[in-house]
Ligand binder design. Sequence first.
Ligand SMILES: [Zn+2]
Length: 473
Amino acid sequence: MINDTIEYIESKREKLIEVADQIWEYAEIKNQEYRSSALLENVLEENGFNVEKGVAGLDTAFIGRWGGGKPVIAFLGEYDALPGLSQQACLTYKQPVVEGGAGHGCEHNALGTGALGAALAVKDYLEKNGVSGTVCYYGCPAEEGGAGKQVMARAGVFKDVDAAITWHPTDDNNIWSMNFLATKGGVFHFKGIPAAAPGQSVIGRSALEAVELMNVGANYLRGHVEPNCFINYAVLDAGGIAPNAIPPHASVTYLLRANTKVSVNQTFKRLIEVAKGAALMTGTTMTYEADFGTCELIPNRTLERILHKHLVEVGPTPFTQKDLDYAAELRKTLPPKAEEMTFSALRMLYGDVAETLIPQIKGKVINDVVYPYVPIEKSKFGSTDVCDVSWFTPVAQVTTACYAKDTPGHCWQVTTQGKAELCHNGMLNAAKVMALSGAELFSDPSALRAVREEFEKKTAGKVYPDSEPDTQD
Ligand SMILES: [Zn+2]
């Protein structure tokens, strides 16, 4: 099984790289991934998959299915780019393709294509070995700021899936066993009364003052929330540019993060009260639009262990001297304390294990270590809509080294490495790990049973905290 699966993915190397590079070039942002999703759909159809398009009311969400009946194993793919991160490939300096345009600053071009490779390989395995079941590819749009998987989860598309597997390109070879912070956000709009200042100040009401007071209130709120709750904001509209005109409109956007969705939702409710208070104090009116946000993860340790076993088998992403030279040059553009940031995150998440891990990677420009499997209860500072899927079906995520060590996420340095050989090889490694894990779930019913038992136990009596869309009171 191992050699066949690896050989199959290697036989698709050129095709998969071509798809990943093409999606990198399309660089389509959330819910606009028309060409990227069409490309992935076409490859699935060419390989005999039945493709259901436009699922959950999202034009660029789709499900490719091959086979029939149980079990149903899904690979989750993403393919959205990020606004403002346009960047030419394989450079060591910032040079956008399109000034202000979008770019794959999170390498979802590789993410979606790696998952595609895994789905094709498992289909090949089922076909050649006469194993029954359904292998699926879930095309999940708008991971960045759109929580596409949450929309899909609410529509019930994951309910029939027995287990889901995915990955993320990073700078290490690891299992994302840590939790992720739940999020909730929204834009608050204030409307005042326009007037000239100071002549008409007595009748004017300033929307900008309302935003300022809301921010003051939110900063005090910080002192009265659960640990690990983060409140961040940005003023979107300051209402004007001239001090002699009282701003009649102003808007501020907030993003809240906390350990659980229940906690973040509660804090968001209090933030709404703060906004109402700001409006009351200033004689303005307030409306808000809440975002979906994402949930915390319900980890599946059994599935994570399966992925880790196959990650050890496949090994770290292979690289050449050319990759090392490029990574070394590129790292010169990173913030001066980039490696220290990596180490402090490792210490925070891995505790004592970090102290044995750090000496193995210190000073390296490409991470060549497969991290030990550690089930981590703490949360990573990031968030992902994969967590929402974990409330409906067991899910686990592998990471492979696809860019130079210590490259931070969401920056031009990630975009530029997204067409490099290291990214291609990392993607193929991830496809291999995911395919081997998927094939194991089909071939060993006891493995899948153990995964399902953990899921049933952990979700018993739990209600998905985001089952209803947000409504304004
Ligand atoms: Zn991402």
